[in-house]
Design a protein around this ligand. Structure first.
Ligand code: 9G3
Length: 572
C-alpha cells in the first residue's frame, strides 16, 4: 500500500496537522496550495464526507453536483464579477468566453432554482454538493487548513418565507451539530459575522484548537459564544464624570509616538489617550478612534463602513495619502473621514495627537473638539468585558472554522430573478440560506485536536482504518499465517483492517503505527508463538491488553462497534 511515512518534519509545515499529514504519508504537495490526497488521506476525507452525506440526507437535503467551472455572466448578473479580486481565478476558453473556477456556488444554484423551482408547493428544498472549490489565496499555508483548492460541502436552501428560511436554518444548525459530534470532534457553534454576503446572521462551527486562526469568545456562565469579529461589546454606562472640561492645549511630546510613551510622558494612563488608527477602506483613508488601551476589530469597522475591504495603512502610505505625521495623528481638525468606537465618546479631557510632528493635545473632549462621522461598537472584545447576554465572565480561545451557515435572504434570488408563485398566485423571490463544511479542513482540524508527540490519534469515525494488525514475525511462516488469518477474521467481522507485513524492525513498525493514529493495534509476534496470545493496544489511551488469538477478532469487533454505536447514540 502507498503509505510513504517519513521521520523528519518538513520545514515548510508550520502547524502540527500539516506536519503529521506529510509525515504519515496522507498528502503530498503538488505546488503552493494544491495537494494530492494519498490513499490514507483520501480514506480519512471520505469518512468525513460519508458522515456529512448521511446527516444531510437525513435532514431531507438532496445531493447534486454542479460544474466547477462557472460562466462569468452569472457572476455579472449577481454583481460579484467585479466585486472580487485576484482570489477569484478567472480564465477564457477557446472561444474567448470568460469563466472562473468556482470558489462557491450561490450563482449556479440560484440559476438552477430560477429554472426549476416555480411553485411554493416545491418548497422548502435543500440542495447540496460535495465538491472541489478554488480560491486563489495570496499565501496558502498550513496544508489542508488553508489550501487554494479544497473540498467543501456546500448546501443551499430555498423557502417561500423568511420564517421558512429560519426553519431550514435551524435544521442545518442541528444537522451540523450531529455531523461534528459523529466526527468525534470537540466543537462550538458561535455567532459569526455574515460578512459581505447578505442575510441577517450566521453561525460558524469551530473546532477548538490553539492553532485555530479564528478567535472566539465564550461565556463561562451561559452558552453565548461568538467570533470576536462579531462579539458585541457592552458599553459600560458612562459614569457622568463631574470633571470640568479643560481647555484643549497643545503640548510638546518630542519622539513620543506610541500611546504608552505619550501616556507615561504626560503622566496619564493609556486609557486616557485617544488612539487614532488610519485604515484604507476600499482604498479610502479613514481615521478610526479607540481608547488607548483597546484594539480596533477590523471586521466591525468593515461592516460599519459597508466596505468590501479594510486594511491598516502603512506609515509611508499614510504620509503619501494624508500628509499626516504618524504617531502624532489625532481627531481634532483631521482632514479625513473620522469614525469612533462608542467608548471614545465617553472620554473626558483626553490626550490625542495634534496632527503635528512632535506635538499632542491635552484636554480633548469629544463633541466639543471633534465630532466623528459615525460612532459604534468598533473594538475587539476582551476577557475583562462581560457577556452581552448574561453579564457573566468571558474567555477568549482559538478555533478552526470547519462549518459556516448563513441566512441569505433574497440577495441572490432578487439579483438573478429566481421567483416562485406563492399561495395567492403572486411571484415572490425565493428566500435562501447557504451552508458550508470544509470537508478537507475537517481532517486537518481533527488532527490539530487529536495528536500527541508520536503522531495522529484519530477519532475512530475518521480513521482511515479501524484496526492495524502488526506481523512481527514475517520471517516465521506460522506467525505470518496467523497474522494473515487474523487480518481476514477481523475483515469478516466487518472491520476496516490494515496489515503491516513489512520486513522491518518491530520498533520501526510501532513508530509508524503511532504516527498513522489507527485506533486499534493488534500485534502478532513472540507472545503468540509462545502462548497463543496477541497484544491489543488502544492508540487513544495507550491501554494494552493480551487476548487469546481465537477470540481476538470477535472481541475487537465488539469493542469497535460499541465505540461507534456510542458516538451515534450521542446524537440521536
Ligand atoms: C469568491 C471568492 C471567495 C469567497 C467568496 C466568493 C467566501 C464567497 C463566502 C461564501 C459563503 C458560503 C456557500 C457555502 C458556505 C459559505 N470566499 N465567500 O462568497 F468569489 Cl474568490 O462562500 N457559500
Amino acid at each position: 500500500m502507498l503509505i510513504p511515512t517519513t521521520r523528519e518534519t518538513p520545514a515548510e509545515a508550520e502547524v502540527v496537522s500539516h506536519q503529521l499529514l506529510l509525515r504519515a504519508g496522507f498528502i503530498r504537495k503538488l505546488t503552493s496550495g494544491l495537494y494530492t490526497y494519498l490513499p490514507l488521506g483520501l480514506a480519512a476525507m471520505q469518512k468525513v464526507a460519508e458522515i456529512v452525506r448521511q446527516e444531510m440526507n437525513r435532514s431531507g437535503a438532496q445531493e447534486l453536483l454542479m460544474p466547477m467551472v462557472q460562466p462569468a455572466d452569472l457572476w455579472e448578473e449577481s454583481g460579484r464579477w467585479k466585486k472580487y479580486g485576484p482570489e477569484l481565478l478567472r480564465f477564457r476558453d477557446r472561444h474567448e468566453r470568460e469563466y472562473c473556477l468556482g470558489p462557491t456556488h450561490e450563482e449556479v444554484i440560484t440559476d438552477i432554482a430560477r429554472r426549476e423551482l416555480h411553485s411554493y408547493k416545491q418548497l422548502p428544498m435543500n440542495l447540496y454538493q460535495v465538491q472541489t472549490k478554488f480560491r486563489d489565496e495570496i499565501r496558502p499555508r498550513f496544508g489542508l487548513m488553508r489550501g487554494r483548492e479544497f473540498v467543501m460541502k456546500d448546501g443551499y436552501s430555498f423557502d417561500a418565507t423568511d420564517e421558512g428560511a429560519s426553519a431550514s436554518y435551524r435544521i442545518m444548525h442541528e444537522a451540523y451539530s450531529r455531523i461534528f459530534k459523529r466526527c468525534g470532534l470537540e466543537f462550538r457553534p458561535v455567532e459569526a459575522d455574515s460578512g459581505s454576503i447578505g442575510g441577517s446572521f450566521s453561525h460558524e462551527f469551530m473546532v477548538l484548537a490553539e492553532t485555530g486562526e479564528d478567535t472566539l469568545v465564550i461565556c463561562r456562565s451561559c452558552d453565548y459564544a461568538a467570533n470576536v469579529e462579531k462579539a458585541k461589546v457592552l458599553l459600560a454606562d458612562s459614569q457622568a464624570s463631574d470633571q470640568e472640561l479643560q481647555p484643549c492645549v497643545k503640548v510638546e511630546t518630542p519622539g513620543m509616538k506610541k500611546v504608552d510613551r505619550v501616556a507615561e510622558f504626560l503622566g496619564v494612563q493609556a486609557k486616557d489617550v485617544i488612539k487614532t488608527m488610519i485604515y484604507l477602506a476600499d482604498d479610502e483613508p479613514v481615521a478610526v478612534l479607540v481608547r488607548g488601551d483597546r484594539e480596533v476589530q477590523s471586521v466591525k469597522l468593515k461592516n460599519m463602513l459597508n466596505a468590501t475591504d479594510v486594511e491598516l495603512a502603512e506609515d509611508d502610505e499614510i504620509w503619501r495619502r494624508t500628509k499626516l505625521p504618524t504617531g502624532y495623528i489625532g481627531p481634532v481638525d483631521i482632514p479625513i473621514k473620522l469614525v469612533a468606537d462608542q467608548e471614545v465618546m465617553q472620554m473626558v479631557n483626553a490626550v490625542a495627537g495634534a496632527c503635528e510632528k512632535g506635538n499632542h493635545l491635552t484636554g480633548v473632549n469629544p463633541g466639543r473638539d471633534f465630532t466623528p462621522l459615525m460612532t459604534g461598537d468598533l473594538r475587539q472584545i476582551t476577557p475583562e468585558d462581560s457577556c452581552p447576554v448574561c453579564g457573566g465572565s468571558l474567555e477568549l480561545t482559538e478555533g478552526i472554522e470547519v462549518g459556516h451557515i448563513f441566512k441569505l435572504g433574497t440577495k441572490y434570488s432578487k439579483a438573478l430573478n429566481a421567483t416562485f408563485q406563492d399561495k395567492e398566485g403572486h411571484q415572490q423571490p425565493l428566500v435562501m440560506g447557504c451552508y458550508g463544511i470544509g470537508v478537507s479542513r475537517v481532517v486537518a482540524a481533527a488532527i490539530e485536536q487529536n495528536h500527541d508527540k508520536n503522531g495522529i490519534v484519530f477519532p475512530l469515525p475518521l480513521a482511515p482504518f479501524q484496526v492495524l494488525v502488526l506481523n512481527l514475525g514475517v520471517k516465521n511462516e506460522e506467525t505470518t499465517r496467523a497474522a494473515e488469518k487474523l487480518y481476514q477474521n477481523l475483515q469478516d467481522a466487518g472491520l476496516e483492517v490494515l496489515l503491516d507485513d513489512r520486513d522491518e524492525r518491530p520498533g520501526s513498525k510501532f513508530k509508524d503505527a503511532d504516527l498513522l493514529g489507527i485506533p486499534y493495534r493488534v500485534t502478532v509476534g513472540k507472545t503468540w508463538e509462545k502462548e497463543g496470545l496477541v497484544e491489543l493496544r488502544l492508540r487513544q489511551t495507550g491501554d494494552t491488553s493480551t487476548i487469546e488469538y481465537d477470540k481476538a477478532a470477535e472481541k475487537i469487533s465488539t469493542m469497535v462497534h460499541a465505540e461507534l454505536k456510542a458516538l451515534r447514540d450521542a446524537v440521536s
